[in-house]
Design a protein around this ligand. Structure first.
Ligand SMILES: C[S@@+](CC[C@H](N)C(=O)[O-])C[C@H]1O[C@@H](n2cnc3c(N)ncnc32)[C@H](O)[C@@H]1O
Length: 255
């Protein structure tokens, strides 16, 4: 039987991924990063994480749940790191490769397709709040990281797991629960910042996102899957605007 939550996730993270790549092909490469970071941190947030994780040219960066590759592409451009995107959604992986030329592997956080202790830096942005079993994902991330390796997390936190109006499939941890999960999974937390404490996205970045969304609405506005995806992102956007949900970045080190 169809699982409505899984269906919603596939629409949001797979169907829309393919549509986004088509919109960027029309609008131009300068729209790719903003388009592909729509579910992520702001540019200032991504740069904060890159600095905290000490990313340097050539460093392998595993972006787990990396979506269509916007954060990984920005990290490569700004630091020279060598990212690989891992995501369970095949269209997201195809989009990461077609838009940015990134290596991308279809895989989920329950069994990451990477060897134990093979990666110096791992990111996992906006993923934990979409999962029930957050500890299993962090255990896998810990397995693939070098001892002493760096973890960058973006987690949308809230005081209750499903505040009224929460999007389907989201289970928000509290800020304290993130610290507990990190400690339990073998990480030492070293730094944390709320996205609201960092500079907002520049106007040009927001204009490019608006242009991409205009093309998506023009081409898919009559498709019920577009309405479902819009509903998901409006709900989370509303909770963030009301301060009920807060995006937080965490830097931690594998013990
Ligand atoms: C909100 S999006 C964030 C995408 C990207 N990290 C970013 O910051 O732009 C959440 C991503 O988590 C992925 N995801 C969902 N379940 C996952 C799992 N079990 N393991 C790894 N990734 C997962 C989704 O396919 C989606 O691409």
């Amino acid at each position: 039987m169809a699982d409505p939550v899984q269906d919603r996730m596939e629409i949001e993270f797979d169907t829309v991924a393919g549509w986004t790549a088509e919109a960027v092909a029309e609008l131009g490469d300068d729209h790719a990063e903003p388009a592909a970071c729509r579910g992520s941190a702001s540019p200032a947030g991504l740069d904060w994480l890159a600095r905290r994780c000490g990313l340097r040219p050539g460093d392998l960066l595993a972006d787990v749940g990396g979506g269509i590759g916007g954060p990984a592409a920005r990290a490569r451009r700004t630091t020279g790191a060598a990212p690989v995107v891992i995501d369970p959604m095949p269209a997201a992986c195809r989009a990461a490769t077609s838009m940015f030329g990134l290596p991308a592997v279809v895989g989920g956080g329950d069994a990451l397709p990477l060897r134990t202790a093979s990666v110096p830096v791992c990111w996992c942005l906006g993923v934990l709040c979409t999962l029930g079993d957050k500890a299993a994902l962090l255990a896998e991330v810990h397995r693939i990281l070098h001892p002493g390796g760096a973890l960058g997390l973006l987690v949308f936190t809230a005081d209750e797991p499903r505040p009224p109006g929460a999007p389907e499939g989201n289970v928000f941890p509290t800020r304290t629960a993130v610290h507990e999960l990190l400690a339990m999974s073998g990480f030492a937390g070293t730094a944390e910042v709320a996205l609201t404490e960092l500079p907002a996205s520049p106007a040009r970045w927001r204009q490019r996102i608006a242009a991409v969304e205009g093309v998506l609405a023009r081409d898919h506005g009559a498709d019920p899957r577009f309405a479902a995806a819009q509903d998901q992102s409006r709900r989370v956007g509303g909770l963030i605007d009301d301060g009920v949900v807060v995006g937080r970045l965490f830097h931690a080190v594998a013990r």
